[in-house]
Design a protein around this ligand. Sequence first.
Ligand code: CA
Length: 419
Amino acid sequence: MIMINFARHRFKHFLKLSCILIYLSIVESQSNYPNNPNLIKNFIPDSKLDGIEDFYDSSLNESANNHDYESTSSRYDSDCYDSVTGEAKKCMPEFVNAAFGLKITASNTCGQKVPSEYCIQTNLHGLYFRGSYHDKSHSSCRKCDFYDKRYAHPPEFLNDYNNEGNITWWQSDTMLEGIQYPNSVNLTLNLGKSFEINYVQIRFHSPRPESFAIYKQTNESSEWLPYQFYSASCRITYGKDTNQIVKPGNEAVALCTDEFSDIAPLTGASVVFGTLENRPSAYNFENTPELIEWVTATDIRITLNRLNTFGDEVFNDPQVLKSYYYAISDIAVGGRCKCNGHASRCIFEQQQDFEDRLKCKCEHYTDGPDCNVCLPFYNDVPWSPATQFNGHECKRICDQLVTYYKKHNISFFKTLQQR
Ligand SMILES: [Ca+2]
């Protein structure tokens, strides 16, 4: 009997210390919460337990209350919980044009150094086809001045409201100013946080380039990774074979296609890159980490490498050289703010540096810009993205015990100590 009581006492003591050690290890990992490593080293003297336990109980409540998760009504009203059972379920922010209205930077814009002139490609029939006869004597020339609104074609015209009746466009310098290969022009868009990209659409106002590429960054400090190459000279310009096939297990690869590099039409052609197009595992996207990473981007860059020409630039006629330049009327990036299935909204929130930044409005007891970690004290199971069949809600530390003692309105640790 003495032995049984002794064993029971040791078990309770072990249970109590386990929960506190879990709690302390999490406190220690959360830099914005107080910590005291000496408590762990000294194996927690009983005299110090009361304060820790009170802090533990109040911290659990505070952590959840700060995120407005304790309200039963909000749980049932949210898209992130089943409206009948209240069970956590996968939720996502709405599909948007992530590029709209954001700042796009261009490494070159016409008329920025000095006002310049460009000439428009036209012919007797108003149509051109590669290798066909063309007559530059019918071309008309116009002014580009970055600092005069009447003649400016700045980068903000790349992602403003696209009005078919009044098209606005960004434009580069011309071949006369040395814009042709091997020089290139970068258009860079910072999305403000991670997005899951579905497509990138570019609408050209000039003829499409002979060679251009789309790149992405997975986070703001990562290298630029190629998404897609478009070129009539894939091997020469990018060192890649044309129209390769993506194989299962190696799907995060950029392809090169020559399908969209013809000089015709002279204006208005669109090119759309679908991130999951030609990817064999796209039908099983949720269970393919390689593709989840592939569609994730914080920044998109379009690099214009080589202008399309009719071959008449070889004579260096300034009038001809001024007719070759890049012009784009619209860039759209279709996708969703990335929240790993744990939020249905993204909001602007002031950060420690007082900058407003886009952030997921996290649910399921998750936190982080992409709901990519569990809240403090909610690490009873490892963090996981929500899936179609499992909301993967983060669980409180020692959740079952906490639930039991909370139900009975008793302090979790104090009760353990008394038993
Ligand atoms: Ca525009």
